[in-house]
Design a binder for this molecule. Structure first.
Ligand code: 5GP
Length: 199
């Protein structure tokens, strides 16, 4: 693989099913990698260090901020989350396309840095459906669920800033739509680089 990979931003409110969609995309496309972020929150049941996140302390996170090791970061629900610059650069240099599964503020900063980036916001079929999904997780207190719902409303208001919006009603449909968008963007890029090289 000699061609440099691309970055893809995927956002959507907590509970919308981003994790499941990403898992499907990764299983089907060997040229795709997920950026594993650093985070200061505690691991949920079943989450592994280095797979879902690099779980680090606030002190370590703040050291990374100062050292410029993060492409972007955010403080969300009292915890820091950030994209590790070196990891994604390595993966892209190896030719992999890299998905950044990040929230709206970090996404806005990456969109400023990379204006032609493929950015997709995953929408729930409705706010009620989102609340149901969050409650069915049984991992958080009612207060925490309410906090995530408040945040979801704010995030949905930002969804228009993304190049595309995909509704996750039927998982398979959402995955296929994303695959089509990635293929479309790839073709568009190849076309524009073709124009440049033939002139
Ligand atoms: P959770 O605690 O549910 O795993 O994640 C909370 C939110 O943080 C999600 O919306 C997720 O997309 C976002 N997030 C995870 N990693 C990063 C990151 O590195 N940067 C930013 N800006 N958001 C992140």
């Amino acid at each position: 693989m000699s061609k440099k990979g691309r970055l893809i931003i995927l956002s959507g409110p907590s509970g919308v099913g981003k994790g499941t969609i990403v898992k499907q995309l990764l299983e089907r496309n060997p040229n795709l990698r997920l950026s594993v972020s650093a985070a200061t929150r505690a691991p949920r049941e079943g989450e592994q260090d280095g797979v879902h996140y690099y779980f680090i302390s606030r002190e370590e996170f703040e050291r990374k901020i100062t050292a410029g090791e993060l492409l972007e970061y955010v403080e969300y629900n009292g915890n820091y989350y950030g994209t590790l610059r070196e990891k994604i650069e390595q993966q892209m240099a190896q030719g992999y396309d890299v998905i950044l599964e990040i929230e709206v503020e970090g996404a806005a900063r990456v969109m400023e840095m990379v204006p032609d980036i493929l950015s997709v916001f995953i929408l729930p079929p409705s706010l009620e459906a989102l609340r149901e999904r969050l409650e069915n997780r049984h991992t958080e207190s009612p207060e925490a669920v309410q906090k995530r719902m408040d945040r979801a409303v704010y995030e949905l208001e930002q969804s228009g800033k993304y190049r595309y919006q995909v509704v996750n009603d039927q998982l398979e449909d959402a995955v296929q739509e994303l695959e089509a968008l990635m293929a479309y963007q790839q073709a568009e890029n190849e076309e524009s680089s073709h124009v440049v090289t033939t002139r």
